[in-house]
Design a protein around this ligand. Structure first.
Ligand code: DLL
Length: 441
């Protein structure tokens, strides 16, 4: 029997997802104008950049005028560390989050009480669009702490009226016990961690297909359509893509509906644009480029035209759910995760999609890039099913050839494929690190 229940009645907060476009645009423009004025009045960086361009808040007369405004980039947040971009006095700030800072100075983001409430509403609408409802038991395995995932999902789930288990990441065996014993129906975590949970569940004799678990709210890292299919086939749940980033709010910028056709952007709160990553020119819907986001409601830390580095396209094509919110296509890559190997551009997601198309592979892999005798080398380590691993040499050789061919056909590169036994590669409890680039070490 299918685990999917009837579609619940629409939550009142979801009404904003279905606004007629003209009404949505009126709201966006009014919010944009107020936000730009606020940023101009209270944040030196925005005021200086606008002054330099000769632009004032009064110049934003239509939504198209957003193109007059300067971009903001991650380094601006680093340079302003810790509090330089706040538009609210510290006594109005009720929450901080920060990025982990493994790659440099951390960035700090801040929220007023209204910001926290707005964020909870965005997350509520996210859950509701995936059919999550009051009465659901949500296991929230996103990390609690400075990472936005845990608390973001938590407040949204509570606002929805669902029952939240604030288990955070890690302690995998306890996660599985709780999932089984509490009758969990919805799980929130990274897709890579969910794979680990499925696998550990099987080792403990817990098949997710036999549990009430119905829905996964997966994001915080790139994952492919092939990965979604693997997850759904192995667990019997529906896997939905949720997108967000700390600089804008955290999770809840965009979320898929039951039709799983790419995340709908909550456009009344976050204004999306797609630009050419090299020139910054705004591109039309349907064209792939870098996602740029402007917060329309944020008070403590408004963000104007933030360059996310995430590569996607916007589509206004009608969705079967009837939402008028445009969708972004699945974010498979970032402009800064491109590997240049022997002069050829390769994205980790291309490798993932290629190897998951081959039967006998497990969805656990690692890409190792190195340099030998002045030449770049690409090694792809892939786990294979225990049946295949213990099979004849011929079967392994065939699999090896199939994977090598699949990778070569999408990337144009010959990869050294290394087939490894199940459970060999390191598992992640949060965002998976798929690539080791030893050239940078
Ligand atoms: O990862 C917020 C989040 C938490 C989103 C939980 C979804 C669920 P950051 O740590 O600031 O925030 O990382 C943001 O992660 O710019 C993307 O590159 C990537 N990312 C987030 N969601 C997705 C997704 C959180 N669904 C960065 N698909 C973003 C692909 C994603 N990449």
């Amino acid at each position: 029997m299918s685990k999917q229940t009837q579609v619940p009645p629409m939550h009142p907060a979801s009404a904003m997802d279905f606004l007629p476009p003209a009404q949505l645009q009126d709201i966006q423009l009014a919010r944009l104008q107020a936000m730009v004025q606020r940023a101009f009045d209270h944040v030196a960086l925005f005021r200086e950049r606008m002054d330099r361009r000769g632009v004032t808040p009064a110049d934003v007369r239509s939504l198209c005028d957003i193109a007059l405004l300067p971009f903001t980039v991650k380094n601006d947040l680093r340079d302003a560390y810790p509090f330089g971009l706040f538009a609210s006095p510290l006594e109005e700030i009720v929450r901080f989050h920060a990025s982990s800072g493994t790659t440099g100075t951390p960035i700090v983001v801040a929220y007023t009480q209204e910001d926290v409430d707005d964020w909870a509403r965005a997350m509520l609408r996210s859950f509701a669009s995936a059919g999550v409802h009051r009465g659901d038991i949500i296991q929230n395995a996103y990390g609690y702490g400075l990472f936005t995932g845990g608390l973001g999902a938590h407040y949204g789930a509570e606002a929805l009226g669902a029952s939240v288990i604030p288990i955070s990441g890690s302690n995998t065996d306890r996660q599985i016990m709780v999932m089984r014993d509490f009758g969990v129906t919805v799980i929130c975590c990274t897709p890579s961690y969910f794979l680990h949970l499925i696998e550990r569940g099987a080792e403990l004799g817990v098949s997710f297909k036999d549990l009430p678990l119905r829905t996964g709210v997966f994001g915080a890292e790139p994952w492919t359509e092939e990965m979604r299919q693997r997850i759904e086939a192995a667990s019997g749940i529906k896997a939905y893509d949720i997108y967000g980033l700390s600089e804008i709010v955290g999770p809840g910028v965009a979320m898929e509906c039951l039709h799983q056709a790419g995340p709908h952007v909550f456009e009344d709160m976050f204004y999306p644009e797609i630009v050419d990553p090299d020139t910054g020119t705004v591109l039309p819907d349907g064209t792939e480029g870098e996602l740029v986001l402007t917060t329309l409601c944020k008070r403590a830390m408004p963000m104007i035209r933030y360059r996310t580095r995430d590569i996607t396209a916007l589509t206004g094509a009608p969705c079967a759910c009837g939402r008028t919110l445009r969708r972004i296509l699945r974010i498979g890559r970032r402009s800064d995760d491109m590997l240049i190997i022997r002069g050829i551009n390769v994205f980790p997601s291309q490798v993932e999609a290629a190897l998951l198309k081959v039967e006998g592979t497990l969805p656990h892999y690692q890409i190792v890039v190195d340099r030998a005798k002045g030449l770049d080398t690409l090694e792809v380590q892939v786990e294979v099913t225990p049946e295949l691993f213990s099979d004849t040499v011929g079967a392994m050789e065939q699999l090896h050839a199939d994977i090598t061919h699949a990778i070569a056909s999408v990337t144009g590169l010959h990869a050294e494929v290394r087939l490894v036994a199940a459970r060999t590669l390191l598992r992640s409890e949060g965002k998976a690190a798929r690539v080791v680039d030893k050239r940078k070490l």
